[in-house]
Design a protein around this ligand. Structure first.
Ligand code: HEM
Length: 506
């Protein structure tokens, strides 16, 4: 046998091995009697994970629509790894709330290692088991309604700064309009920097604002990291064998230095502002936290807080710009509550029922986190539609497709329509949908979003400020159809949201 033949035989053998490796798991769900779509070689049931030709939630929606009338859940393959997709909101509620002890961790926890990435590993979203419980309890008092109320004057100041910024920007002869997401991110960066670090980020003054840039690029997005995530989808155990540092060392240093400066400044100025930093300093004294631990706490606020809320704000502005009648109705409500002396007080802001409806309808239609991926932490039994009991193995990833529930005509008639009336008090308000388990923008149960009230407050403050002062319209540069950007994890449109602003008050 010559060398060419040997190479051919070797290549054929290797090809066969890879083929067997890719498909040998594909009968995993069949063996257990769980229905589901046929996986494709290499791609499994979520081809978009590899091709990135569309956002993965579109693949999930296709499966949901095909199976939801037949099954409570289906077995799928993320490339080659078995996962369960929940189709029944009642089962979703069980996983999030009543059977929480069997699903208390997030899948993402597998990817992060405390010794390598301490600034993000202490985020409650990442933490697992009792460590999660302790850190969540530690951070919860920082986000009580009283503390949010105390931060509201800061938000109002940032609102004024945003209007000044818009006054200047809208004078510029730019045909493309303004990028709503950019505007919203400037706003949330400034609010979070002020509330967390106690100083200004100068996000409106500086297009290359350091805090924002560093925050957005905190997780290394190199080709190597992306490859690691894809490999982890093929071979989940790789995260135990080869551990990758996700945060660049210079970014970690930037945020710990920032924390040190913030602490020093607060001690020097002896400010008694009841903000997040004030709470952290009390916590540091009580629990002797290191600067790194303090920085990790601020990262929780920062990472979870600025991007998600800016997605909500920009999507809400987009929908309002597209529905001028709803925009005007909202403006009337805001103007009625606004007084020239006190502006829009915290209590009044939270009392604006139509604003609340518009925000909830945006969260339904364009859910920033379109799904939740939970880990089965303790094997348990789940029941199929026909009453058959399936034993779910420990470590199985369970996908909760929030976006699919939010777009299901069975729960929301004419689901693609932006209709804030769905959430009116006369129609049962948001409670009706929460009770049905079909309104989940913030998740539910013991792990429900910790910053929900803060997020709603800052988002409402920004939307109210803009709608009161500006008439907004969609600029033609915005794509007519909202297609989620496949390269983003959150719900943002391809091509961005571009809006025209016309001043109505001076
Ligand atoms: C519109 C804005 C936001 C949305 C849509 C959102 C959504 C979510 C969702 C879906 C989860 C997962 C819940 C689950 O596991 O079931 C979550 C968790 C979390 N969020 Fe938010 N979030 C937002 C803003 C914020 C803000 C402003 C903060 C901090 C100030 C924050 C802090 C957290 C934390 C710490 C967790 C982890 C909770 C835990 O695992 O115990 N979020 N959020």
């Amino acid at each position: 046998m010559g060398p060419i033949e040997i190479i051919f035989i070797f290549a054929g053998f290797l090809g066969l091995l890879i083929y067997v490796f890719l498909i040998y798991n594909f009968n995993y769900w069949k063996k257990r009697g769980v229905e589901g779509p046929q996986p494709r070689l290499l791609f499994g049931n979520f081809p978009s994970m590899l091709t990135q030709s569309r956002h993965i939630i579109y693949d999930v929606n296709d499966i949901y629509r095909e199976y939801k009338s037949k099954e409570r859940f289906v077995g799928v393959f993320a490339l080659r790894t078995p996962q369960l997709v929940v189709l029944d909101p009642k089962l979703c509620q069980e996983i999030l709330v009543s059977n929480f002890q069997s699903f208390h961790d997030n899948q993402f926890a597998r990817m992060i290692h405390k010794d390598l990435d301490p600034v993000i590993a202490l985020n409650p979203f990442i933490l697992t088991g009792s460590e999660w419980k302790d850190k969540r309890a530690e951070i919860t008092p920082a986000l009580t309604p009283n503390r949010i109320k105390a931060s509201y004057p800061i938000m109002q100041k940032v609102c004024t700064r945003m209007t000044e910024y818009l006054d200047v920007e809208t004078l510029k002869p730019v045909e493309s309009g303004l990028n709503a997401k950019e505007l919203a991110t400037k706003f949330t960066t400034e609010v979070v920097a002020n509330c967390v670090y106690g100083f200004e980020a100068e996000a409106f003054e500086d297009d290359e604002c350091q805090i924002r840039e560093r925050g957005t690029k905190l997780i290394n997005q190199s080709f190597g990291t992306q490859l690691y995530f894809v490999l982890a989808a093929f071979l989940p155990n790789i995260t135990n064998i080869y551990r990758l540092q996700l945060v660049k060392p210079e970014s970690e240093k930037f945020f710990t230095d920032l924390m040190e400066t913030a602490i020093q400044l607060r001690k020097e100025t002896k400010s008694d502002r009841i903000d997040f930093l004030n709470y952290l300093l009390q916590l540091q004294e009580k629990k002797h936290l290191s600067t790194l631990e303090m920085a990790a706490h601020t990262m929780t606020f920062f990472l979870d807080g600025f991007e998600t809320s800016s997605v909500l704000i920009s999507n809400c502005l987009h929908l309002l710009a597209d529905h001028r009648d709803i925009q005007q109705k909202l403006r009337d409500e805001i103007n009625y509550a606004f007084t020239s002396k006190g502006g829009l007080s915290y209590e009044k802001l939270l009392d604006l029922s139509y604003l609340d409806q518009c925000i909830n309808e945006t969260l339904r239609l364009r859910t920033p986190f379109p799904s939740g991926n939970k880990l089965c932490t303790e094997s348990c039994e789940i029941r199929t539609n026909k009453g058959k009991i399936i034993n779910l193995e420990k470590s199985t990833v369970v996908m909760l497709p929030y976006d699919c529930f939010h777009h299901d005509p069975e729960y929301y008639p004419d689901p693609e329509r932006f209709d804030p009336e769905r959430f009116s008090p006369e129609n049962g308000g948001v409670k009706k949908y929460k009770d049905m388990g079909v309104f989940l923008p913030f998740g539910d149960g013991p792990r429900i979003c910790l910053g929900m009230k803060f997020a709603l407050c800052q988002s409402k403050a920004a939307v109210a400020e803009i709608i009161r002062n500006w008439e907004i319209a969609v600029n033609p540069q915005t794509k007519p159809e909202f297609v989620i950007d496949p390269k983003q994890f959150l719900y943002v449109p391809e091509g961005g949201t571009w809006l025209n602003f016309r001043r109505i008050t001076s």
